[in-house]
Design a protein. Structure first.
Length: 66
């Protein structure tokens, strides 16, 4: 997490990571009821990873990648 925040510019964090983070947070909050902090945290992180991957795929497919 520290490396993510340190290496990405603030603009890129806001445009790319914030939507994926917010989406993963909402999905985890509403749907993940595992009654275990560890499982819910892992589910949140996995969801963030998948959403970020989907956003990166859409960005490349739309031609917005550098």
């Amino acid at each position: 997490m520290f490396t993510l925040l340190r290496t990405l510019p603030a603009r890129q964090l806001a445009i790319e990571q914030l939507p994926a983070l917010a989406g993963a947070w909402l999905i985890a909050e509403f749907f993940y009821k595992f009654h275990s902090f560890s499982l819910e945290c892992a589910g949140f992180l996995l969801t963030w990873f998948v959403l970020d991957g989907l956003l990166q795929f859409v960005k490349r497919a739309a031609g917005y990648d550098k």
